[in-house]
Design a protein around this ligand. Structure first.
Ligand code: Z5A
Length: 203
């Protein structure tokens, strides 16, 4: 089973992952936890460029770097794991590209599709989207650490991203499950855990 986690800055994906790791370890259910960008050796190098505040990237170049990272990720980690019937949870995946590069960077959807579709990336079985008002997410991210190249963007960038995620959730209600991330950590974890377990039982 292939699960992805999505959300804007400070939405709580890393926090949720820590809870899920502990829970599934205790239950003896094997999950491979992975993330984008930067899950592979090449991906780590690409991640450094992508997050570097001193690197000015054209949105198309940024998208190509993210897709190169994803191709490495899918071919070297996700596909091999799924072939062995292992469960995979990825912190960010395809929806991030439509939200950040499509809405955030204002790239045309048709152009993005032309770049992405030929790569035949697998569709997740389930996507948990952590939804949070932009101001709350940015406050959390700022309190946590220094800002990277994306986090330094103006507020309109993040508002477009949130709206895009909400649209994606509507269009893909068969796989995207939205959680209000203003809830406490435990509540967010319990909602995600219940949805994942439901999906496991359906399969
Ligand atoms: N990117 C892209 O543009 N296009 C793409 O296709 C892909 C990625 C795949 C990767 O950043 C960047 O790449 C990302 C988009 C871009 N943009 N940025 N920046 P990253 O991997 O470094 O980080 P991130 O994915 O954006 O996640 P994050 O900023 O680290 O946030 P998070 O993992 O969702 O949040 P967190 O660290 O769990 O929580 C943030 C703080 O809030 C922390 O202090 C927690 O203790 C607190 N928290 C968490 N949950 C709660 C709740 N429920 N209540 C209260 N406080 C909470």
């Amino acid at each position: 089973m292939f699960i992805t986690l999505e959300g804007s800055e400070g939405a709580g994906k890393s926090t949720l992952i820590e809870h899920l790791k502990k829970y599934f370890l205790k239950k003896n259910i094997e999950f491979i936890f992975t993330k984008e960008p930067g899950a592979t050796k090449a991906g780590l190098e690409l991640r450094k460029i992508l997050l570097d505040k001193d690197v000015d990237l054209d949105p198309v170049s940024e998208t190509f770097l993210l897709l190169a990272d994803r191709l490495e990720h899918v071919r070297k980690i996700i596909y091999p794991a799924l072939k062995e019937n292992k469960n995979v949870i990825s912190d960010r995946y395809l929806d991030s590209t439509y939200a950040y590069q499509g809405a955030g960077r204002k790239m045309n959807k048709h152009d993005l599709d032309t770049m992405i579709k030929p790569l035949n990336f697998p569709e997740p079985d389930l996507t948990i989207y952590l939804d949070l008002p932009v101001e709350v997410g940015l406050k959390r991210a700022k309190e946590r650490n220094s800002l990277d190249r994306f986090e330094e963007e103006e507020i309109g960038f993040f508002k477009r991203i949130r709206n895009s995620y909400l649209e994606l959730a509507k269009e893909n209600s068969h796989r995207i499950f939205t959680i209000d991330s203003t809830y406490g950590e435990t509540e967010v974890f319990e909602l995600a855990r219940d949805r994942i377990e439901k999906k496991i039982n359906e399969n």
